[in-house]
Design a protein around this ligand. Sequence first.
Ligand code: ADP
Ligand code: MG
Length: 625
Amino acid sequence: MSKGKINVAVENIFPLIKKFLYSDHEIFLRELISNATDASNKLLHLSSLGEVKGAVGDLLIEVKIDPKAKTLHIIDQGVGMTEEEVNKYINEVAFSGAEEFLEKYKDTAKDSGIIGHFGLGFYSAFMVADKVEIFTKSHLDTPAVHWSCDGSPEFTLETTDKKDRGTEIVLHINKDEKEFLQESRIQALLVKYNKFMPIPIKFGTKEETLPLPENADKDAKPQTQTVDNIINNPKPAWTKKPADLKDGDYKSFYRELYPMQFEEPLFNIHLNVDYPFNLTGILYFPKLNNDLNIQKDRIQLYQNQVFVTDNVEGIVPEFLTLLRGVIDSPDIPLNVSRSYLQADGAVKKISNYITRKVADKLNSLFKNDRKAFEEKWNDIKVVIEYGMLSEDKFFEKAEKFALYPTTEGSFYTFDELKEAVKDSQTDKDDKLVLLYASDVQEQHSYIKAAKDKGYQVLLLDSPIVAHLIQKLEGNNEKVSFARVDGDAIENLIKKEEATVSKLSDEEKEKLKPLIEEVITDQQYTVQLEAMDSQGLPFVLTQPEFMRRMKDMQQTGGGMMGNFPEMYTLLVNTNHELVGQILETKTSKKRERLIQQAVDLAKLSKNLLKGEELTQFIQRSVDMIK
Ligand code: ADP
Ligand code: MG
């Protein structure tokens, strides 16, 4: 038997790193700034331990473009490297000095915010540069060194005369990557990835307008001065303690995050845990309309204040991706596929924690100021209802604060609602029948009819409400929902009124075929019903079940084919006009009456369109002539 070590030749690996390390070339800048930040943070940490001679000063990272030389420079005032360290950290691919530092100082450096991890970040520079140089001087006062490499595995290393502590990385930008010599491109990249990094980053200068002195002349021109263009806010709100922040601080941080958002957030949730995983962040509930389509201002994911992505799918539960804000966690493994993420135990814990925090916040808002909560309900209900549908843990908590508004504008919790209607809205099996409308305008006549009978009518108008109703019924055997214009409302009416029919059985037998003769459309089923004589002669209803399935299909979830629209045409046998239909002898006149009554029923359901509508108008004119 023989044993051995697989020999990985750097010559072969190097081109691979260049090509496949990151699919996005722009990432190199984030990596180099991360290294500069790590170097600065290491220096601060060593200084706090008394291991650095002299004052550290205010540390700054500077990014510069030299358009003539076609170079990009990243300069820091951090720990720097000795010749030995360059050999160890740079010349050995995949050896992470960051990991080594954390290991060495593990008792104290846990919270130092060191970013590096895999020992590969530096080499991402070769994705955009033909040649990379390092000028570095260690804080240990050893001679400065100059490292240079043109992308082949061969490098040169010599001493140089750099005076100040720290490191300058020089990238000779490849001609295919010229965009990285453009000021606007680099500015945009810095803002995207480094806006909240902990060490100030300077990129050129900018003109700043000075405020006019109080006694200034009316037509005095404001003075400007040239100041450093600092990219980042090194202490963003989420890194602070909730106790140190006021409502205004959260709001101004929201504007910092989303400069193009003019609407204020409704409220925020500050996330802060360090065991069993480390996570901080602030989530905001924005005003949401019923449009569930993808929004562009999304939750941003950071690791140690470095922007990673705004695709948090798999990390926060789907219903919370509608929120905005930031999450910062070094514990989220990002070098794995999204589907793997969802199965990862640590990620599951993080996701559960976020769900719980959101539920707790909503509950406390509800408890502490119900009125304010009710006012916000319309803007937040989509998230809550979506959450109740998709996460059982959330459902359990949300049951206590989820609201059911009536068309009159009062709000019930589910328990309160059941209590309110328990004596007045039951069917023959003593099931509660909860009436709801989805559109106050379109279902106006149905709502009015129900209200006239003293029923409570809810206004449930979110796009996913059909799914939610289905779930609530599943959980509560003794509850059923009925839309005011659906057929399920009949259960209630029949039990309540058992109105005597003014028509005899013979008359009814005669009436039905007369109407069916005129209504030949297969979509309509004629049904005689003794209803309130003050109501409409004909009423159209839709089977609750069918309509709900159709709604559910539209928002995903239904698996059946396309449902036809089906309606029941209820003929009110107690209505004067129906009596008249029966008495009319001339068939022409009778048909006209029936047609008119059907069209009125369609009209009240907003179903009368096109040619039918034209005919209806013509007939109406004829009738009143
Ligand atoms: P990682 O950051 O994951 O450790 P990198 O490839 O980004 O890996 O960097 C390798 C190592 O090189 C770092 O850990 C650090 O020790 C050293 N290094 C890189 N850039 C700098 C810098 N600007 N100042 C000091 N040391 C640096
Ligand atoms: Mg790094």
